[in-house]
Design a protein around this ligand. Structure first.
Ligand SMILES: Nc1ncnc2[nH]cnc12
Length: 359
């Protein structure tokens, strides 16, 4: 009985964590591109600075990590343990993997920020939707992700949605931008989508392969280390590119005032933390494919917000793309709900066939 209630408690805790991480991912996926683009729209030009801000908010993770540590200490004391739990749970192999994923993320942040600097948010959001096809492919190769007809349909539709845009981009180029810049922005965003589409299943692979049992506290430590190394990578880029010299000048020349300039930078750092923690948190509670699906699902929201707030054009091909994306995610969730119902039915009939032996 006690074992059963403990398992139930674990299940509800995981459900709660899934909801919290989905909310974080929603905030990050829809708000991140908008606030990053805001920096460029208000006269900012530094791509390395922008990519650095995607992960530089990692010190905020110290707060939930401290809460988690004191909770572990309280539980250990209540259980009568004489030794205090260690401050850091991460062991060297996991630290190494997190650092490698962090450096890949830093590179990806640069590619992504390069695209956001040169493309309308609605366009870059739709290209990023193609990330799901890469996530699906790498999830299949790395973690043997199983697919249903519905999830394959979702991946195809969401990717086709991004493809429609790629075929017809004339008239989308921001005023004063050269075709070369636009095309480079487009290509860099496609590479960013492919790279992050690889990073998500890689995180799931690390969760599965590590010798350490993964807890949510450990997920937060991974986030901290990953973001630290990604920021370090971009920080070096900022030094080489002399961003630190330019930032005070950009702030002073900002038409919205110096204080607002810095507020946008801090806002970037915080909103993007929600994105990265949400992404790896959803992998912990669900899978990398679910994380990829949620990111793709939320991109139409970003597009609509960009059209509302930044008055970006909404041409017919964006409408078709949006329709395909919505169809894709409805298909995925319909399949998911159907699968969950079937599993429940199967479990129930299994219990019913086993129980008569004991009655
Ligand atoms: N660096 C990044 N940030 C947000 N979304 C992304 N998709 C691919 N790369 C990304």
């Amino acid at each position: 009985m006690a074992e059963g209630s403990e398992a139930d408690q674990d299940k509800s805790m995981k459900k709660l964590l899934l909801i919290v991480n989905c909310v974080l991912l929603c905030i990050g996926t829809s708000g991140g591109p908008l606030i990053m683009r805001l920096y460029f729209l208000r006269g900012g030009h530094r791509v390395w600075l922008s990519s650095f801000l995607e992960t530089a908010g990692f010190p905020v993770m110290l707060l939930p990590l401290a809460v988690s540590y004191f909770r572990r200490r309280r539980i250990a004391a209540a259980a009568g343990a004489s030794a205090k739990p260690s401050l850091v749970s991460m062991k060297p192999p996991l630290l190494l993997f997190s650092a490698v994923i962090g450096i890949l993320t830093g590179l990806d942040d640069y590619l992504y920020a390069y695209g956001v600097a040169r493309l309308p948010v609605s366009t870059s959001a739709l290209i990023i939707a193609s990330q799901l096809a890469f996530t699906a492919l790498f999830a299949f190769l790395l973690v043997k992700q199983k697919f249903t007809a519905y999830s394959v349909n979702a991946v195809v539709l969401l990717t086709a949605g991004a493809g429609v845009l790629a075929l017809h981009t004339s008239g989308d180029r921001p005023a004063g931008e050269s075709t070369k810049d636009y095309v480079m922005g487009f290509l860099m965003t496609v590479v960013a989508a492919a790279l992050y589409g690889f990073v998500l299943p890689l995180v799931e692979w690390v969760y599965k392969k590590t010798q350490q049992p993964i807890t949510y506290s450990l997920v937060m430590e991974i986030q901290f280390v990953m973001c630290f190394f990604a920021s370090l990578f971009c920080f070096i880029g900022m030094i080489i590119n002399k961003d630190f010299k330019v930032i005070p000048r950009e702030a002073m020349e900002s038409e919205h005032g110096e204080a607002n300039y810095y507020i946008v930078l801090v806002g970037n750092a915080i909103v993007w933390q929600a994105f990265f923690l949400g992404a790896i948190g959803v992998i912990f509670c669900g899978s990398s494919l679910l994380s990829g699906i949620l990111i793709a699902v939320l991109l139409p929201v970003t597009e609509v917000l960009a059209v509302i707030f930044y008055k970006e054009k909404f041409q017919a091909e964006k409408g078709v793309s949006l329709f395909l994306s919505i169809w894709g995610f409805v298909s995925y969730f319909y399949g998911d709900i159907k699968h969950a119902r079937e599993m429940k039915k199967k479990k129930k009939s299994e219990i019913e066939t086993v129980l008569p032996q004991y009655s």
